[in-house]
Design a protein around this ligand. Sequence first.
Ligand SMILES: [Fe+2]
Length: 382
Amino acid sequence: MLFDLYLPQRVLFGPGSTYRLGEEAQRYGKRVLLVTGRRSLKETGNFERVTAPFSALKLELVFFDRVDPEPGLDCVEAVREYARRERCELIVAAGGGSVLDVAKAAAGLFYEEGPVKEYFYGREVTRPKLPWIAVPTTAGTGSEATTNAVLIDREAGKKQSLRHPFWLADVAVVDPILTMAQSRELTARAGLDALTHAIEAYTCRFTNPLSTAVSIEAVRLIVQNIYTAYTVSRNRDARERMMQGSFLAGMAIQNAGVGAVHALAHSIGVRYGQPHGLVCGVLLPHIMEFNLPLVEEKYAALAVAAGVVPAGTDSGTAAARFVDYVHRLVARLGLPAGIGELGVKPEDVDGLVEATLPAGSLKTNPRRVTRPELKEILRRAL
Ligand SMILES: [Fe+2]
């Protein structure tokens, strides 16, 4: 077996770990660009928590607070330009996956001369990045543990990953307290994105001992805590375990891969303007049903690990129960049962199939997915 591992260099996990941001940042310089979304940091009361540690050490903070959900290449261009103009020595990203991904790509391409778009379409990255610190405020994306940034080229209607092995965060400060004020809706969507990561990484074609170990633990943590986090927003234990799960799931996808859910989530997300976690959550049980014949043993292992069935249940029954459990979980979290409710019409299926076929994550899916299978999956998922 051959495998490469990409592991975060330094992770500070735990309730309140945000207070350590200042001492971490000052190792890289005095002038810091803080990248956030438009509103959520201020609305949730996290703005103070994140900025106070910098002020305490008299670091100079400049702000970029205009990252949109499902961001485009122009946003990365704007952050890179702003960081250069303000002569920042470090980028700190505090937000969900969109914020982390934009900051990661802007830091990654800071010293590169070409437009962001050229790197998005394959131009080689040859220069080292600007240091960056990841501060996730959702338990979902796992971007604090990955080298890729999911971005949209709106002119071409294309959503894909821009990545480089050098782009892991220099430090990840993973503080579950920052997720406590997250809305129910966002908790469900982000949590289902993380669950999708964990399940796809565990069952995909290119697993290794590390990805297997962390993805099964991520499934256990997420399955056992997502509904509590959703219903009792301020339950600290559930929030903490969801954050552990989403971080481990991020490590797992970085070192294994994803699958057909992510391939389809990108093409559906960009065409219908739907958030990533929502599309993943709706698709997940449908793709699991499709993959079931090839990964029965693996679904059975996940079902036992997550406590969905008792140990000793025969694998056919355990695997089927696990798929059924995920179906019901998605419904309990308030998501629609099919992609029809996301705006996909039967006549759109052919176009979606063609848009999805080139996706790299189709090739890591455990069951082979070609044109006819993809068509069938989409029809059933309507
Ligand atoms: Fe995802």
